[in-house]
Design a protein around this ligand. Structure first.
Ligand SMILES: [Zn+2]
Length: 232
């Protein structure tokens, strides 16, 4: 079941490696189907060595519906997020170093780049520490996430969410790009310029009409074209 969607989950996971957001088997990708099942990457495997059939199908309460491998150790936390955020259809968890690093010295990543405004729709909060692989990671993520599209997990990484895989992917990639830029700015020792809320709002609006009018990946009508969700 969900063969095309499993391929999309795997493609998104491989994209994380390409953009330097994970190392080895770190992070995970999960996607809620319109019928309620959740696709999730397996635990502790290198994404380039996986095949779509390795993706797990789980129910919202954690029962394995399809798959023989162990699901991501963070599955309980991911399902907590899906349960408590009905608008969230996709979650990407990374260990991206710049955002995670800034999360060690900030309570909130400021939104002062237009591309970050495009993709996260505002500043990104830093959640209190929750043990990886435990429910507390999901609880703290939900607490800090609000209506934003990403949250930094203190001492751990990032969780990005979206209405689909592409939105979550853009959020974590552009958050990392912004955090690199912020790190450069901080390194000069000079005060950082901030964006106004009006500028942020305009950047969000522009992104909503950005790109080509290709139908979004839809699990009910997935085609080969829909598989191409990755940034290239
Ligand atoms: Zn992690």
């Amino acid at each position: 079941m969900f063969e095309k969607q499993k391929e999309q989950v795997l493609q998104a996971a491989r994209t994380l490696d390409r953009y330097g957001l994970i190392a080895l088997s770190g992070g995970n990708v999960s996607w809620r189907m319109p019928t309620g099942e959740v696709l999730v990457t397996p635990s502790g495997m290198i994404y380039d060595q996986m095949v779509p059939e390795d993706m797990l199908v789980v129910s919202l309460d954690g029962s394995i519906i399809e798959g023989t491998l162990k699901a991501s150790v963070d599955t309980e936390a991911l399902l907590y997020i899906f349960q408590h955020k009905p608008s969230v259809q996709a979650i990407i968890h990374t260990h991206q170093p710049y955002a995670t690093g800034l999360g060690l010295v900030m309570d909130e990543i400021p939104c002062n780049l237009s591309t970050m405004a495009n993709a996260t729709e505002g500043p990104v909060a830093v959640a209190a520490y929750g043990d990886p692989g435990s429910l507390s990671m999901g609880v703290e993520a939900v607490r800090a996430l609000g209506e934003r599209l990403a949250v930094v997990l203190k001492h751990h990484g990032v969780i990005a969410v979206g209405k689909d895989l592409k939105q979550a992917l853009y959020a974590c990639v552009y958050l990392e790009e912004a955090c690199k830029t912020i790190s450069v700015a901080m390194g000069t020792g000079n005060p950082m310029a901030a964006m106004t809320q009006e500028q942020i709002n305009e950047a969000v609006a522009v992104f909503h009409r950005y790109g080509q009018d290709v139908p979004a990946a839809d699990s009910s009508s997935a085609s080969n074209k829909d598989v191409d969700i990755a940034l290239v």
